[in-house]
Design a protein around this ligand. Structure first.
Ligand code: FPP
Length: 248
């Protein structure tokens, strides 16, 4: 599918809004178990929630939304669940490409694509291409993503550039390394939300979230609504962010 060449609408300017929100979408399995259904039923319900939250972003002034769909550790789940999730990603992309493109959403993927199957990689590349002219909302989907893995892959590429003489080792600093991360075109997340009551970051955006604000909420991901998202974005506006400095 080709990119939409028409002029795109702009994201609303909301004073104090988080420009970039990242979400650990947790709790699909428990949500399904509570209903006596298989875990994949919860993942399908979770996938339906993604659209509602993406659509809520422009009104909240959120330009960047990054969601954790599959971690480098999730391969340890049963073969049935892993295969079901991969099939869900393929279906989601096939089904949502036109709607995302027409809604002005630019989609990017982060994570190591090497372990993914060729069909899924092609769908991911095509979706990135089809939405490449958009900018109302920047949706980044993390698949086979792990923060440590990302830093290790970045360091590997950086070391190659040093070895080939392209990069001076004395120039390697806090500004240089992020250029090698999967997220190099994205601003750091202002707010990270984790659903389902767990208070940990599970290897998500380790470098990028050094100064993010966190919200750990009890809601299971399939129950998370645009309304709750709006409340969390509004609460973010009331937080004092000091980035290590002291007000004088
Ligand atoms: C964690 O819940 C969730 C995942 C590992 C998968 C996330 C995937 C989706 C929300 C759906 C697909 C997304 C897209 C973009 C199509 P869990 O299974 O660990 O839940 P539990 O802790 O209750 O077991």
């Amino acid at each position: 599918m080709k990119p939409d060449p028409r002029p795109q609408p702009q994201c609303k300017v909301v004073p104090g809004a988080p420009r970039h929100v990242a979400i650990i979408m947790d709790g699909n399995g428990r949500w399904a178990t509570q209903r006596g259904r298989p875990r994949l039923f919860g993942h399908h319900a979770g996938a339906r929630r993604v659209r509602e939250i993406v659509e809520a972003c422009p009104d909240q002034g959120v330009e960047y939304l990054t969601i954790f769909a599959f971690s480098t550790e999730n391969w340890k789940r049963t073969q049935v669940e892993v295969a079901g999730l991969m099939s869900l990603f393929r279906r989601y992309i096939t089904k949502e490409t036109r709607a995302l493109r027409d809604a002005g959403v630019r989609v990017r993927f982060i994570g190591d694509r090497e372990r993914l199957d060729a069909k899924l990689i092609k769908l991911m590349n095509d979706l990135e291409e089809a939405t490449s002219h958009n900018g109302l909302v920047n949706l980044t989907i993390a698949i086979n993503y792990g923060g440590r893995d990302e830093v290790a892959r970045a360091t590997h590429r950086l070391a190659q550039d040093v070895a080939s003489g392209k990069l001076d080792p004395d120039k390697v600093d806090e500004e240089t390394l992020p250029k090698y991360l999967d997220t190099y075109v994205l601003p750091d997340p202002d707010l990270v939300i984790r659903t389902s009551g767990e208070a940990r970051i599970s290897n998500f955006l380790l470098w990028q979230s050094a100064y993010s604000e966190y919200e750990f909420i009890d809601t299971l991901w399939p129950d998370f609504t645009a309304e709750e998202f709006g409340r969390l974005c509004a609460a973010f506006g009331g937080r004092e962010r000091r980035f290590g400095a002291v007000e004088t």
